[in-house]
Design a protein around this ligand. Structure first.
Ligand SMILES: NC(=O)c1ccc[n+]([C@@H]2O[C@H](COP(=O)([O-])OP(=O)(O)OC[C@H]3O[C@@H](n4cnc5c(N)ncnc54)[C@H](O)[C@@H]3O)[C@@H](O)[C@H]2O)c1
Length: 347
């Protein structure tokens, strides 16, 4: 149990292996949890301040981001995710991102768990993408041709979450700057055994023109897809990597986001448009607006979802993992982690 009142606070360390074991096969349940977290956030029962980006002059491609948050509703937890992105890691086969997450008790403030969080982060990102794909296509018909631009860990999790929540494809397009990574992703899809024949594309244009659902999961820092003509067939675009699309494409599309204040930062594509046009009218609404029927999805334009990624999602998934481990007696607590437990030094 998390610490409360006069109990001696306990502190658990939760490994990636434990996180992975709990979340394995839970795609539907996690998408429902993420749906719930968006609803709690949408009604204002969360605190989700801006993420803090730690950057380095001597390592310009690297960053470490702090995402503090507090989630109300039935989740009821505070905490922070601390996630680093070192893109060069992948050259040696190591994932780009690594992370820990701390859960804090709402009554005492005591941290009660530290958990590996790159899996939680990938899972909440993929669950959010699958949820958005569902809501954004409900009245447009389910896409049968999906295409992935950028084929790293996040693309893999998004495919797992689409497949795990019932999506079936005729065709899965694949494009990456690296042929090796594209081939690795194709092999993964074959091993995963889902539906759809795989097609490797040697350009983003070819993939986009042949996909009804386009997933961007690259590490592009500036827009490299700038032609609205490539989107003339009005696909739904999950713009998870946030900086691939040029302002012309964003302006020619209907735009949905997870949180307006968050996503209009850090030179995301939508932020570039805001800086250019000086207003936010090009954003049609949040995913929560769509889920609550406040906005409709047009059929006659491309639809772009740009999720900045909210700490409230990380905490919601993390608390679920903690609760599942606690219920199965699977927590590894660190004896004596909190040592100074008497204010005046008496036992
Ligand atoms: N919005 C969110 O909530 C959220 C959450 C997690 C990750 N992300 C983003 O997802 C992205 C992918 O993360 P990852 O861990 O899978 O990274 P990764 O490094 O494992 O994979 C990225 C892949 O993109 C490819 N790539 C880079 N530039 C490209 C381009 N212009 N065209 C085609 N392919 C290109 C690389 O070769 C690589 O294979 C990152 O940008 C990350 O910041 C977003």
């Amino acid at each position: 149990m998390p610490p409360s009142g006069t109990e001696v606070p306990s502190f658990s360390v939760i490994s990636g292996e434990q996180v992975s074991r709990v979340l394995h096969g839970q795609e539907k349940q996690i998408v429902e949890l993420v749906d719930y977290a968006y609803r709690v956030h949408g009604v204002g029962d969360t605190v989700n301040p801006p993420s803090y980006f730690l950057k380095f002059e001597d390592r310009p491609s690297a960053r470490i981001i702090a995402l503090p948050a507090s989630v109300g509703g039935e989740v009821g937890v505070d905490g922070i995710k601390w996630i680093s992105s070192f893109p060069e890691n992948i050259e040696s086969g190591l994932p780009r991102a690594s992370a820990v997450l701390i859960l804090n008790d709402r009554d005492t403030g005591y941290p009660f768990a530290c958990m590996e969080s790159s899996i939680i982060s990938a899972v909440r990102t993929a669950a959010s993408a699958a949820l958005a794909a569902d809501w954004l296509t409900r009245e447009r018909g389910r896409p049968k041709r999906v295409g992935f631009i950028g084929t790293g860990l996040i693309a893999r999790y998004i495919h797992t979450y689409l497949a795990g929540t019932g999506w079936e494809f005729d065709e899965i397009g694949i494009h990456d700057l690296s042929n090796e990574y594209a081939a690795g992703f194709e092999n993964h899809l074959k091993d995963a055994g889902g539906t759809g024949r795989t097609v490797l594309h040697d350009s983003a244009e070819s993939l986009i023109r042949n996909s009804d659902l386009v997933v961007f999961a690259t590490v592009a820092g500036t827009p490299h897809v700038t032609s609205p003509a490539w989107f003339a067939h009005n696909p739904v675009v999950l713009h998870v990597s946030l900086r691939d699309l040029g302002p012309e494409v964003i302006k020619a599309s209907s735009n949905f986001v997870d949180d307006v204040e968050h996503v209009l930062k850090a030179n995301t594509s939508v932020h570039l448009v805001e800086q250019e046009v000086g207003n936010r009218y090009f954003i049609n609404g949040t995913l929560h607006n769509v889920m609550t029927g406040m906005v409709k999805i047009p059929r006659d334009r491309p639809v772009v979802f740009s999720p900045f990624g909210l700490g409230v999602l990380d905490l919601t998934v993390a608390k679920h993992v903690y609760d599942e481990l606690a219920a199965s007696d699977g927590l590894h607590t660190v004896d004596g982690f909190f040592h100074e437990l008497s204010r005046h030094g008496k036992k």
